[in-house]
Design a protein around this ligand. Structure first.
Ligand code: GUN
Ligand code: ZN
Length: 429
């Protein structure tokens, strides 16, 4: 049994008003038994109630839930920071050549290990991950996650056209391989599967239909894809799918818009697309660093709120510029400032924790620090370097800490990361 002492900040429940519903306990403690949090309370009370527990003293630091990255490409770990292109050229020049390397299983395994360790270094304990088109690359990321008992949601990318032949599957093989991966990995340990058509331009209607059949056959698997990221992409989709009412309708006709469907970007949506996302109980992954990096546009968070579509935060590495969900929040804040509607620290924190957990129906396990949840925990250190010490002193409010650590962007802010009751990263070791 372990006790972690520190100030506690989390959202115990799903909420439409994160600014009102953050729960804070100063000088608290989390009690961990096996994989789970079994109690939370004031540090002195917990130490008295569990006298034999091993104590990890992080007094003065903040204990928060493991962060959730709702859209990230593990094969692109090695292609972050490619200069100068917008989406369609960037895919051709930076992304597809990188993903071809994953035909080599040894390479896939090596990058999967780096990817998971980068997540932990940045306090991310759950991610919705795009693999490459290769089935073995998807196996590699599930195997890496399983070694740490982390809650990973991942899928083999499906694409049967408009990409290099070496990266193409077919409608049939995409269905077969995805089905085999679901059988092998979905709900095995903490792993969950996501059907992953890359985006409408690289999937034929037949392929989307086949994946839609799987979505129906396995109603609790996830669906993840890209939606309306870039104007040229949208024009291309309109020319490839002339019968569809709009971009989202391409997916909707295939039965791919539903609960646990997570759409990356969604920057340029029509009224009917907003309505459809809300009606189908789907989720948007907001990827601000990627949207700025590729010059794709500014996500309309206020519009999403009016439509009551849940929004989660995501890095979208490798168009995203790094693994840090704190820095990603900082980019989201800057995007929202350009729209005169600043994204508050609490809202940003919510979008990286309880919001995705609730939207994906996983809040019994992740996204919060409630007793009964898995012990996926991050220790944030407001005193991690000279600048943060100057800026925050030693009694700063949580909002101020989250905000300043995000904007200052130091990796040292994450002092420790725990997954299922085990410390998987420690900055000082
Ligand atoms: N659209 C289709 N594929 C991708 C990808 O890999 N990254 C981003 N940002 N957008 C995409
Ligand atoms: Zn993406």
């Amino acid at each position: 049994m372990d006790i972690i002492k520190g100030h506690i900040a989390h959202f115990p429940l799903a909420t439409a008003t994160p600014d009102a519903d953050l729960s804070i306990m100063r000088d608290g403690a989390l009690v961990i038994e096996g994989e789970d949090i079994i109690a939370m309370g004031h540090a002195n009370d917990m130490v008295a109630a569990y006298p034999h527990a091993h104590i990890h003293d992080h007094s003065g630091k903040w204990l928060i839930p493991g962060l959730i990255d709702s859209h990230v490409h593990y094969p692109q770990t090695e292609s972050i920071a490619y200069y100068g292109e917008q989406l369609l050229d960037w895919l051709k020049k930076a992304t597809f050549p990188t993903e071809q390397k994953f035909a080599d299983e040894t390479h896939a395994r090596a990058i999967a290990e780096v990817f998971v360790s980068q997540l932990f270094r940045h306090g991310t304990t759950t991610a919705l991950v795009y693999s490459s088109v290769h089935k073995h690359a998807c196996e590699a990321i599930f195997q890496a996650a399983t070694r740490y008992n982390m809650a990973l949601i991942a899928g083999k990318v499906c694409m049967d056209r408009h990409c290099p032949p070496a990266l193409q599957d077919t409608a049939e093989s995409a269905q077969q391989d995805s089905a085999a991966l679901i059988e092998r990995w979905h709900n095995k340990g903490r792993n969950l599967y996501a059907l992953t058509p890359r985006f409408a331009p690289t999937s034929s209607a037949q392929q989307l239909k086949r994946l839609g059949e799987l979505a129906q056959q396995y109603p609790d698997v996830f669906v993840q894809t890209h939606l309306s990221e870039n104007k040229d992409e949208i024009d291309w989709v309109a020319s490839l799918y002339p019968d569809a009412d709009n971009y989202l309708d391409v997916y909707d006709r295939a039965g791919l818009v539903r609960h646990r469907s997570v759409f990356g970007h969604a920057l340029h949506l029509s009224e009917s697309e907003w309505q459809c996302l809300a009606d189908r109980d789907a989720t948007i992954a907001f990827c601000p660093s990627s949207n700025l990096f590729l010059g794709s546009g500014l996500f309309d968070l206020q519009r999403a709120k009016r439509a009551k579509v849940p929004v989660t935060l995501a890095t979208d590495v490798g168009a995203g510029t790094g693994f840090s969900m704190l820095k990603t929040y900082a980019d989201g804040y800057k995007v929202s400032q350009l729209q005169q509607a600043p994204l508050s620290p609490r809202e940003g924190f919510y979008m990286a924790t309880q919001s995705p957990a609730a939207a994906y129906n996983l809040a019994q396990d992740i996204g919060n620090l409630n007793p009964g949840s898995k012990a996926d925990i991050v220790v944030l250190d407001p005193q991690c370097d000279e600048l943060t010490r100057l800026r925050l002193g030693d009694m700063a409010e949580f909002d101020d800490c989250w905000f300043a650590l995000s904007i200052l962007g130091t990796e040292r802010a994450v002092a420790e990361t725990w997954v299922a009751g085990q410390a998987v990263y420690s900055r000082d070791n």
